[in-house]
Design a protein around this ligand. Structure first.
Ligand SMILES: [Zn+2]
Length: 73
């Protein structure tokens, strides 16, 4: 989706905006990283054809901590 193509409908009609979709609070909390539970923004990618969207954590520090603390899929 980051490359501009919707994974559902395969159209190149994807747009992005920081915290583009909010649910209650515009920030999210990332758990399981130790003593602190950091609050962070999300980058939202949304397809204007089918409405499908994804949210991405973009804070490099949080991404690094998740890679060392969360179970790998
Ligand atoms: Zn789509």
């Amino acid at each position: 989706m980051i490359n501009g193509e919707c994974p559902r409908c395969k159209k190149n009609t994807v747009y992005r905006r920081k915290n583009g979709i909010i649910s209650g609070d515009k920030h999210i909390f990332v758990t399981g990283l130790g003593f602190m539970t950091p609050r962070t923004d999300k980058m939202t990618y949304l397809c204007s054809t089918c409405g499908y969207y994804e949210n991405y954590v973009v804070d490099k520090t949080i991404l690094s901590k998740v890679a060392s603390k969360w179970e790998k899929v």
